[in-house]
Design a protein around this ligand. Structure first.
Ligand code: LMR
Length: 396
């Protein structure tokens, strides 16, 4: 039976992990998978998360199931982070929510929920979008189309083109939006753009599906969700997938959530049973551990303050690396305009170089990035900026 199945190429992002590990070049630079690193290249456990883990170890006295929705305090905490603690949507109990195995789990359960709705629905993703969005959504059996998003000539969003496409959509369409820190481009919608998306959604009836995996790594925890909160207020229904991989550094613990905004409390109760049913049919229920840690951090004033301060310093570090990279590029006398690097948000930047140039950076200079030329800015450090800029000059 299995001889019918051929070997597949490595995952475009995860495949870079082993390629980098096996490269003996001492000058190698890993700008591949989206993982935050400190100046020494290490992905440390965040200090508040470390303390929460210790506290959890000392107090957990059972490993029995906690129920299909996940850790209740975690769900409360994540809802407040995304919608704001005073949100009327929360007060009206219009959100169905479950803890999920990472943001991927949330996207997949969200996609399967959409699949349960009658009719030919289409999910629209930005061009380009995160490499795993398409497999996650397609394998749930949904149609996918792309809307124009990134303008390669400016390194920013081509909102006019995006808006023209949104104007054509209606109630059988779902539009996947990146809540902040667009992956892979780093080009974000402005608040005015969000307002326009919200009015299109409210008028035309398409459903926003927001993937927010980097809250706090752009302009701050509150600032990064301004657009999403505005959108939530303007539409009846919305899907949100969150991840704690980056902003809590919980990558391998697979901690995320799926939040479904509905029209009423009654509808939220019905959808709650649906998403739990989707989860049960796939993996039963999410691992709980990461949820306990996030709950402990968010519900304890001192841990929360410590977490917010560390998250802020991570975001600031990424901003300063952006400025540092641009400066080195200019010092090398590279004529091509890379000034977009300092305007983009979050961990990623799209360099806009060719696949061949990306390959040369890898094979000749041991600088690893996605084929699309997406770089994980958080993989840079002050020591390698000059080398990266010199190598870039050599391949341009
Ligand atoms: C990335 O985009 O590199 C990260 O979100 C890791 C992943 O799972 O692809």
């Amino acid at each position: 039976m299995f001889d019918q199945l051929n070997a597949l190429p490595a995952d475009p992002l995860l495949g870079l992990i082993s390629q980098f590990r096996d490269d003996p070049n001492p000058k190698k630079v890993d700008l591949g998978v989206g993982v935050y690193r400190d100046e020494s290249g290490h992905t440390a456990i965040m200090s508040a998360v470390q303390k929460a883990a210790q506290q959890h170890l000392e107090t957990e006295d059972s490993k029995t199931y906690i129920g299909p929705g996940g850790v209740p305090g975690f769900i409360q905490g994540v809802k407040s982070l995304v919608f704001g603690k005073d949100s009327s949507i929360l007060k009206d109990e219009r959100i169905a929510a479950i803890q999920t195995p990472g943001g991927c789990g949330a996207l997949r359960v969200g996609a399967e929920l959409i699949k349960r709705v009658k009719g030919e629905l289409t999910v629209w993703v930005s061009d380009p979008t995160w490499a795993n969005h398409i497999p996650l959504i397609k394998s749930a059996g949904l149609n996918i189309k792309t809307y124009p998003y990134f303008d390669h000539s400016t390194g920013a969003v081509n909102f006019t083109a995006m808006d023209e496409q949104l104007a054509q959509l209606g109630p059988t369409d779902i539009v996947l939006l990146h809540g902040c820190c667009h992956n892979p481009t780093g080009a974000d919608l402005s608040f005015e753009n969000w307002q326009q998306v919200a009015s299109r959604a409210a008028q035309n009836g398409f459903i926003p599906f927001v993937d927010i995996a980097y809250q706090g790594l752009g302009d701050g925890l509150e600032e990064d969700v301004k657009g999403v909160r505005y959108l939530a207020e303007k539409v009846d229904e919305m899907i949100v997938a969150t991840s704690c991989s980056k902003n809590f550094g919980l990558y391998r613990e697979r901690t995320g959530s799926l939040l479904i905004q509905t029209k009423s409390k009654e509808q939220a109760q019905a959808i709650q049973t649906q998403i739990q049913d989707v989860a049960r049919a796939n993996y039963s229920m999410s691992p709980a551990y990461g949820g306990f840690l996030v709950d402990l951090v968010l519900s304890n004033d001192s841990l929360r303050t410590e977490w917010e301060a560390e998250l802020n310093s991570m975001a600031l570090r990424v901003k300063s690396l952006r400025a540092g990279l641009l400066k080195q590029i200019q010092l090398q006398g590279i004529e091509q305009d890379f000034s977009f690097i300092t305007q983009q948000k979050g961990m990623f930047s799209y360099l806009g170089i060719t696949k061949e140039q990306v390959q040369r950076l890898k094979s000749e200079y041991s600088i690893y990035m996605a084929d699309s030329s997406r770089v994980n800015v958080a993989g840079l450090n002050t020591h390698c900026l000059e080398y990266v800029a010199q190598s870039l000059k050599a391949v341009l």
